[in-house]
Design a protein around this ligand. Structure first.
Ligand code: ATP
Ligand code: MG
Length: 387
């Protein structure tokens, strides 16, 4: 027996005690869904998943690196745990560096040789096949790992590829992401999916003030996010009439504050309709006028029935940009299509709004409830699934 497999190690799941089985099964489901369309066999045993009988290695590795809950993966040669088979297998490794070391881990404590003996024997086999190589146990340029398992198999691999980490999507419930076309909200969605939240998304658009392209940009962003978070249900809310009403009735420097409060009202209701347990947005403290402590207090006040998660709250723009680049939302986010928040933008929005004044401004709008009901009634629902 001698074949190539991918070993998948999971991340924090061991924390979960009795729930461990639930997490392991959920991660297995997520792996299967994410690898749909690729021919391979997936098995699970002793806290690891294994992929065998595959050919599309590059695509497999790329998809596995996006699955939350996976800590690391390795491409390994699997052989009998017999020392001769191990030596034959390690000899085939091409080692391009000058120095190496063999590291053996023996899960099978009944194995007739110690780890040190296996490493020495395998190291000797490598040296005889590559006489120019040198062993360096302290600072080797290449490490060959040998993992001897209880089932009579050995796994031999060079690298551990670190993956996305976090918790399997769905293990923490479902959240509704307020997704604009900007840089911050996709990053916020990514961060919460990493903690195990399945995502729904809501987007407010102000057609014809904002274009079809602006909406398409949000669909594209949701599609990129779905590579990590799985299928996303995106609710698009027509927001023009509400913005026109606010513009007509309210003092202009409170425009953004009131707009935000309407978004929160609608988002909370859509979250309830879609059985989401929290809202998620991309706010970062102090980034713009609508994200000062006072502004956040006034918009936060609307939502009473669930928490609002703001994972970017303590991040600098530069840190958000780096994450956007890493998750590949950056290039789409920076496309220059206007967002609904730029419609009727006042010259000088308040940076320190008060709740009392916001409520006073809103009393000038006669029909808040029906405006909201109408916007939700006219929502468009788009199911987004990449792969
Ligand atoms: P982003 O880069 O995410 O657009 P931003 O820095 O532009 O954020 P704001 O425009 O003040 O900040 O928006 C703050 C948050 O409000 C956004 O991160 C997003 O979660 C939500 N939001 C803003 N506009 C919309 C919209 N049109 N649809 C849905 N959510 C929105
Ligand atoms: Mg924005």
């Amino acid at each position: 027996m001698n074949n190539k497999v991918i070993i998948i190690r999971y991340a924090e799941l061991y924390l979960k005690g009795k729930n461990r089985k639930f997490f392991e099964n959920l991660l297995m489901d997520n792996i299967k869904k994410s690898l749909r369309g690729i021919d391979c066999k997936i098995t699970f045993g002793r806290s690891r998943y294994e992929i065998s009988d595959y050919s599309e290695e590059k695509e497999l590795l790329s998809r596995l690196q996006k699955i939350f809950g996976i800590h690391s993966i390795s491409v390994a040669q699997k052989c009998d745990a017999d020392i001769n088979a191990i030596c034959e297998t390690v000899k085939q490794y091409s080692i391009e560096t000058q120095t190496f070391k063999v590291n053996t881990n023996r899960a099978d404590k009944m194995y007739p040789m110690t780890s040190v003996e296996v490493s020495a024997e395998a190291g000797g086999a490598i040296l005889s096949a590559n006489p120019k190589l040198k062993v360096d146990v302290h600072d080797p340029q290449t490490v060959i790992n040998i993992d001897i398992r209880e089932d009579g198999c050995a796994y031999i691999f060079k690298d551990k590829i670190l993956c996305a980490g976090g918790m399997p999507v769905g293990s923490a419930g479902k959240g509704l992401l307020l997704l604009s076309g900007g840089l911050d909200s996709p990053v916020a969605g990514y961060m919460m999916a990493k903690r195990g939240l399945k995502l729904n998304a809501i987007h407010f658009h102000s057609y014809p003030y904002t274009s079809e392209k602006a909406k398409q940009k949000v669909i594209d962003l949701a599609e990129i996010l779905s590579e990590y978070a799985g299928p996303i249900t995106l609710t698009c809310i027509p927001f023009t009439k509400i913005q026109e009403e606010i513009h007509k009735c309210c003092t202009s420097n409170y425009m953004i504050t009131i707009v935000r409060r309407f978004m929160m009202r609608i988002a909370e209701r859509v979250a309830m309709l879609d059985e989401c347990g929290c809202l998620i947005n991309g706010e970062s403290l102090g980034q713009v006028a609508s994200q000062t402590l006072q502004s956040i207090t006034v918009t936060n006040d609307i939502v009473k029935s669930m928490p609002i998660f703001r994972p970017c709250i303590g991040m600098d723009k530069q840190e958000i940009i780096e994450l956007a680049l890493k998750i590949k939302t950056y290039n789409t986010s920076i496309l220059p299509y206007e967002d609904c928040c730029t419609v009727f933008l006042p010259d000088s929005p308040v940076t320190k709004p008060t709740l009392k004044r916001a409520e006073y401004e809103e009393r000038k709008i006669a029909n808040i409830d029906s405006l909201i009901a109408e916007a939700i009634y006219n929502r468009e629902i788009i199911h987004i699934e990449k792969i």
